[in-house]
Write a protein that binds this ligand. Structure first.
Ligand SMILES: NC(=O)c1ccc[n+]([C@@H]2O[C@H](COP(=O)([O-])OP(=O)(O)OC[C@H]3O[C@@H](n4cnc5c(N)ncnc54)[C@H](O)[C@@H]3O)[C@@H](O)[C@H]2O)c1
Length: 281
């Protein structure tokens, strides 16, 4: 299926790693221009590597020796002023933005079962990065899409935001907020022809997921610890009907499809890519 994404201008937050990076690669493969925002300083090198991988023999006057434009910017989405500045620069560079994919997020890095293992202060960072980060990005990007009367936004939520996952309550609550605010955005922006959806991964082997296992390990005696793979597999065997991990590419495929005009009638939806873990909502 031709997703008709060639030449579209896309912004991927959290694009230096995991699901964000896989999404950026897939958008580039579809012929999109991609800007990556990430708090990690290596985002520029990653963008440079993606550029090198996509070099073509006959240079295009606009994109020089690459078939698409690719740029990495160090942006902490929790920093409203930085997000506004980076969005302004993006507006000056491209004029319009066709697709936003917001992946940047963090967990509390503490094992939250029972919730009394955490202190209230453990909630501050995940709520700020995940909730306010989304708010900052939405405020910075929506006016451009409203003005052009087109565009799509995908927010990456989580199944944790739908089931009160006990491993990290602040993270779960922040992802419930992601789903809820995306629905508000979908209603607000529909009159402007802008679609907004949430994609919820289940379990994907990324740094963020590994941090959950690391914080679990801190709560059990050394002799009871198991490897990351054993820990995750036991969770998957017990709760995931399709009995396997999702890959970053599994999630990226849904994000890219929902971004495309092939999903022109899909907005305000929460789509789980979780092997059947959650079957309601
Ligand atoms: N991995 C999973 O099992 C899983 C499950 C459900 C949901 N998710 C969601 O998927 C999304 C991507 O996570 P991932 O699993 O690829 O993890 P990841 O850690 O590989 O990627 C997250 C990226 O976000 C960046 N980031 C973190 N805080 C940031 C900030 N303040 N500003 C800008 N960038 C920031 C990180 O540097 C990193 O590159 C997240 O929204 C996460 O909540 C992941």
């Amino acid at each position: 299926m031709d997703l008709r994404l060639k030449g579209k201008r896309c912004l991927v937050t959290g694009g230096a790693s995991g699901i964000g990076l896989a999404t950026a690669k897939m958008l580039i493969d579809e012929g999109c221009h991609v800007v990556l925002w990430d708090q990690s300083g290596n985002v520029r090198e990653i963008a440079a590597r993606l550029l090198a991988e996509n070099e073509v023999a006959i240079p295009d006057p606009f994109t020089k020796n690459c078939k698409v434009e690719i740029k990495g910017e160090v942006v902490d989405v929790a920093d409203e002023a930085r997000v506004q500045q980076a969005a302004k620069e993006l507006g000056e560079r491209w004029g319009i933005l066709d697709h936003l994919v917001h992946c940047a997020a963090v967990g509390s890095r503490r094992f939250g079962f029972p919730f009394t293992n955490l202190k209230p202060e453990d909630w501050v960072r995940p709520m700020h990065v995940n909730v306010m980060g989304m708010v900052h990005v939405a405020h910075a990007i929506a006016p451009t899409m409203m003005a052009s009367k087109s565009g799509s936004m995908i927010f990456v939520g989580s199944v944790a935001g739908q089931i009160g996952s006990q491993t990290d309550p602040p993270y779960s609550a922040s992802k419930a907020a992601t789903i809820n605010f995306a629905q508000c955005l979908a209603k607000d922006l529909a009159p402007f022809g802008v679609r907004v959806n949430t994609v919820c991964p289940g379990m994907v082997q990324t740094n963020l997921n590994r941090h959950v296992w690391e914080s679990w390990c801190e709560t059990v005696p050394p002799e009871d610890r198991i490897t990351y793979e054993q820990w995750a597999q036991s969770k998957i065997d017990s709760v995931v009907p399709l009995k396997r991990w999702q890959t970053s590419e599994d999630i990226a495929s849904m994000i890219v499809f929902l971004s495309s005009d092939r999903a022109a009638q899909v907005t305000g939806q929460t789509i789980n890519v979780d092997g059947g873990y959650v079957m309601h909502w």
